[in-house]
Design a protein around this ligand. Structure first.
Ligand SMILES: [Zn+2]
Length: 238
């Protein structure tokens, strides 16, 4: 890796299991290249079950434990949970300030989040409102708030957190990706990390089949399939 390449990565997404689904292969690859990856999950996933008998607090504890194990599989340095209520995430100033605080603490060169404009990732799925809210709050936090001393000055005055400018943003689940990351060598690692989210994945074989279809680079030869993750990459240094 070139010495001028960014080293610190902060992944900001809504729920436990989102990082592995959206960018697990890329995270594994970056860690193998010497980058330091931190996760920030905006909720603890306390509504990740449809059963009215489920205790949300017990579910949250289980999902945080699953997330920490999955992060360990990928070599992620730290997992931060912000504990906004699952399902009700709103891209308001409170959430924006919370993300700015974490950006100013972690001081990453790269942020990964998801596309707030993507309502319909496929014709079988409506994108979760939390995913859209997480993407919007994070992009709004990156620019201009995290890098400007005039935004949330109390973070400096009360918590000593200086402004920080992020260099690149990788938007996962993007409607219009402009960047692919080859994660062929890290496909199995991503799948192993996803297996840690047992409460969310009833059938790992079906998931593997689905991922092999979705992540396949259709330009690769059939006897040597290449697996990729796609992003809209924004370079704020230019
Ligand atoms: Zn999610």
């Amino acid at each position: 890796m070139n010495s001028d390449q960014p080293l610190r990565v902060l992944v900001v997404l809504a729920h436990p299991d989102d990082p592995e689904f959206y960018c697990g292969g890329t995270v594994a690859r970056w860690v193998s290249e010497g980058r330091e990856v931190t996760y920030c999950l905006l909720t603890r996933g306390d509504k990740g079950d449809d059963d009215v008998e489920t205790d949300p607090e017990q579910l949250a504890q289980k999902r945080m434990a699953e997330q920490r194990e999955a992060a360990k599989v990928l070599g992620v340095t730290e997992v931060i949970f912000l504990d906004h209520p699952d399902g009700y995430l709103t891209p308001d100033l409170t959430l924006r300030r919370d993300v700015v605080r974490v950006i100013r603490q972690v001081r990453p060169e790269i942020i990964v989040t998801c596309d707030p404009t993507n309502f319909f990732p496929s014709d079988r799925y409506i994108n979760h409102s939390d995913h859209r809210a997480a993407g919007q709050a994070t992009l709004d936090a990156v620019f201009p708030a995290a890098g400007s001393g005039l935004y949330f000055p109390e973070l400096l005055q009360e918590e000593g957190l200086h402004p920080h400018k992020v260099e690149q943003v990788y938007v996962a689940g993007a409607q219009h990706p402009n960047t692919i990351v080859n994660v062929t060598k890290f496909f199995d690692r991503k799948l192993s990390a996803l297996k840690e989210h047992a409460s969310q994945i009833p059938n790992i074989e079906a998931l593997e089949k689905n991922l092999r279809e979705r992540m396949l680079d259709t330009d690769s030869p059939p006897d040597a399939p290449r697996y990729i993750e796609r992003f809209m990459r924004i370079d704020l240094r230019r």
